[in-house]
Design a protein around this ligand. Structure first.
Ligand SMILES: [Zn+2]
Ligand SMILES: [Zn+2]
Length: 131
């Protein structure tokens, strides 16, 4: 049985569908993720070959570092994707999926850069930087 998940942005200009099991969630607490989302990043990922995007032309890709871009809806501003250069997969923000997602918690990264206005109160593994 194929594991299908669908999601998209707030205004529905961008919709996506994934096939196959989704990776456990990684919570990224780096300053870039905080600035983009207002809190921290909770993302799964999927191979590009296992994802179809409708409305791809409505996505603005912002080059957030020398090695990655971040995709968001140019109409409603929803943060959707993180894409490392030369990677064959795309990270997808957990909150963009239509529920129920079945997504499983994984671990925290870049905890050293975490905002000072919240605490991490779970027992998941934590990494100061990347894993
Ligand atoms: Zn939108
Ligand atoms: Zn981050």
């Amino acid at each position: 049985m194929t594991d299908i998940h669908e999601g998209g942005c707030l205004c529905r200009a961008v919709r996506f569908k994934t096939r196959g099991k989704l990776r456990e969630l990684i919570y990224c607490h780096c300053s870039q993720c905080r600035k983009q989302t207002g809190l921290y990043y909770a993302a799964t990922n999927v191979l590009d070959s296992h994802m179809d995007v409708q409305g791809a032309g409505e996505i603005t890709w912002y080059r957030s570092s020398s090695t990655a871009r971040r995709g968001f809806c140019r109409h409603c501003g929803s943060a959707l994707f993180w894409k490392g250069d030369d990677l064959d997969y795309t990270s997808i923000l957990a909150g963009t999926f239509d529920g129920p997602t079945g997504l499983e918690p994984g671990y925290h990264i870049f905890c050293a850069d975490k905002g000072d206005f919240y605490d991490i109160r779970d027992d998941l593994p934590r990494f100061a930087e990347s894993r």
